[in-house]
Design a protein around this ligand. Structure first.
Ligand code: PLP
Length: 408
C-alpha cells in the first residue's frame, strides 16, 4: 500500500503505535487469483483458509465471504469458525491433538483429518457409541517426497493400511478423504511429487475416488519482486496449478473426481498486512548504529528473523542522516530483537518505518512479553480505515493472574 506521512501520522495517532494494517482489497485480489487459477484447471477446487496463520476474525470473515472453508487446528479456532457463521461441513479440523473439541466437531459433521491411529481410535469409539449416526473421517498421511527430514505429522503407509482395516470393521464410519501437508517444501517439483503420491494412495485405498484430497499448503504467495528474490525458485500460481489441479483433473477425466482442497495461510495473507512503526531513538556505540523502534520482532512474525522484510521509510520531518548500515531494533530487552539488520539509507528519529509481508504468524504469535499487542486496522477498498483489533491493555494481560494469596 502507498502511504503518505500525513496518513501514517494520523493512523498512529488515532489507533496507537505500532499498528498492523490489513489490505482488504489486495487480500481479495490475491484470493481470487489463486482460486481462479486452480479452479480453471479443476472445477472441484476449494480453498480452506488456515486460521492459525492469522485468525483475526475480520480476516477470517473476509476469506469466508470470498468462498473459503475454514481450516482449524484447535477447539479455540473451531469455536471462532462457528462464531463467524461457518457450517460444520465447511470446517476442516486438522492438527496432532484435537482434544475433546475435535471429537465433538467430528460428531457434528466437520471434516476431521486424524493425525494418528490413537486419534482414529478415539473417533471410532465416538462413532460406535452412537450406532444410529453415520460418520466420516479423513486421514493425514505422512509423505516422504525427499524433503530431507522426518516430519512428525500424519501416518505412514503402514498406519494408513491399519486405519483402513480398523474402519472397515466399524459399521457407521467411513474414510472419506486423505490429507497431507509438507512444510519447508514450496518448490514446484515438491508439489508435483505430493500430488502424484496422494493420487497413488487414493487409487490404492479407495474404490473409485475419495470424497476429497487435501494437499495442505506451503505455496509461495504473492510477493514484491525484491522480497521474492530472497527465496530462489518462486513458482507462479499457474505453475502450482499445473502440478496440483492439472494432475488431479487428468487423473479423473470423467469428472467424478474428489474435491481438491488446499489450505493456504501465509500464501493468502502474508503480503496483505504491514506493520507501521516509528523510530524512537538513534544512537552510535563503538562505531555501530542502532535505531530503536516502537515495535518488536514479535510484532512482525518469524519471517523477519529469516529474511529481510521489505521496508518503506517515511520521513517524519526531522533532518535525516545517511547510514551505510544501521540496525533497526525493537523495544524489548532481548539483544536479538532486530527487526532489520544493516539497513542502508536515510533515517531520523521520528521517521516511520513500514514493514511489509507481516500477515502470517505475527499477531497470533505475539506474546505479552514486555508489552501487550498493538491494534490492527483494515484499509477498506473505499479508502477508509476500520479498527479490527483493539490494542491490548494492562487489564487484558493481567486479568487472569491472581494478585492476592487466597489461602486463609
Ligand atoms: C496443516 C496445515 N495447513 C495449512 C498450513 C498453512 O500453510 P502456509 O502458511 O504455508 O500457507 C499449515 C502451516 O503450517 C499447516 O500445517
Amino acid at each position: 500500500m502507498k502511504h503518505t506521512k500525513e496518513k501514517i501520522e494520523g493512523l498512529l495517532e488515532r489507533f496507537g503505535a505500532p499498528l498492523n494494517i490489513f489490505d482488504e482489497k489486495g487480500f481479495a485480489e490475491n484470493y481470487r487469483r489463486l482460486y481462479e487459477t486452480m479452479a480453471s484447471l479443476y472445477g472441484k477446487y476449494q480453498i480452506a483458509y488456515s486460521f492459525k496463520t492469522n485468525y483475526t476474525p475480520y480476516i477470517c470473515l473476509a476469506a469466508k465471504k470470498l468462498g473459503a472453508y475454514a481450516e482449524v487446528v484447535s477447539g479455540m479456532e473451531y469455536a471462532l469458525a462457528r462464531q463467524i457463521g461457518y457450517e460444520e461441513r465447511q470446517i476442516i479440523f486438522n492438527g496432532p491433538d484435537k482434544g475433546v473439541e475435535g471429537i465433538e466437531a467430528f460428531l457434528r459433521g466437520c471434516i476431521v483429518n486424524v493425525d494418528s491411529l490413537d486419534e482414529l481410535k478415539a473417533v471410532q469409539r465416538a462413532a460406535e457409541a452412537r450406532p444410529d449416526g453415520e460418520y466420516r473421517v479423513g486421514l493425514r498421511v505422512n509423505l516422504d517426497i525427499g524433503q530431507g527430514f522426518v516430519s512428525r505429522f500424519g501416518m505412514d503407509e503402514t498406519d494408513v493400511e491399519a486405519a483402513f482395516r480398523i474402519v472397515s470393521e466399524v459399521k457407521n464410519l467411513r474414510i472419506a478423504g486423505l490429507h497431507c501437508h509438507i512444510s519447508r517444501c514450496r518448490g514446484k517439483e515438491a508439489w508435483r511429487k505430493r500430488t502424484e503420491y496422494m493420487l497413488k494412495l487414493a487409487d490404492r485405498f479407495f474404490d473409485g475416488a475419495p470424497e476429497y484430497i487435501d494437499l495442505g499448503s506451503g505455496m509461495f504467495g504473492s510477493m514484491a519482486p525484491e522480497f521474492a528474490a530472497q527465496f530462489g525458485e518462486v513458482p507462479t500460481y499457474e505453475e502450482y496449478a499445473q502440478v496440483t489441479a492439472g494432475l488431479v483433473a487428468a487423473h479423473y477425466p470423467s469428472g467424478n473426481g474428489p474435491v481438491l482442497f488446499t489450505e493456504p495461510g501465509t500464501t493468502l495473507i502474508n503480503r496483505f498486512a504491514e506493520c507501521a512503526t516509528r523510530v524512537e531513538c538513534i544512537k552510535a556505540i563503538n562505531g555501530c548504529h542502532f535505531a530503536v523502534l516502537n515495535a518488536s520482532e514479535h510484532n512482525l512474525g518469524e519471517t523477519c528473523t529469516l529474511k529481510r522484510l521489505p521496508v518503506t521509510v517515511i520521513p517524519g520531518g526531522a533532518p535525516q542522516t545517511a547510514y551505510d548500515s544501521i540496525d533497526l531494533t525493537g523495544y524489548t530487552c532481548l539483544e536479538q530483537d532486530v527487526l532489520l539488520p544493516a539497513y542502508k539509507g536515510m533515517l531520523a528519529k521520528g521517521d516511520y518505518v513500514i514493514f511489509g509481508n507481516t500477515g502470517g504468524y505475527s499477531t497470533v504469535l505475539k506474546p505479552p512479553f514486555i508489552r501487550p499487542d498493538c491494534a490492527m486496522v483494515a484499509a477498506k477498498p473505499n479508502g477508509e480505515y476500520a479498527l479490527i483489533k483493539k490494542a491490548e491493555t494492562f487489564s487484558d494481560i493481567f486479568r487472569n493472574y491472581v494478585f492476592e494469596d487466597g489461602t486463609k
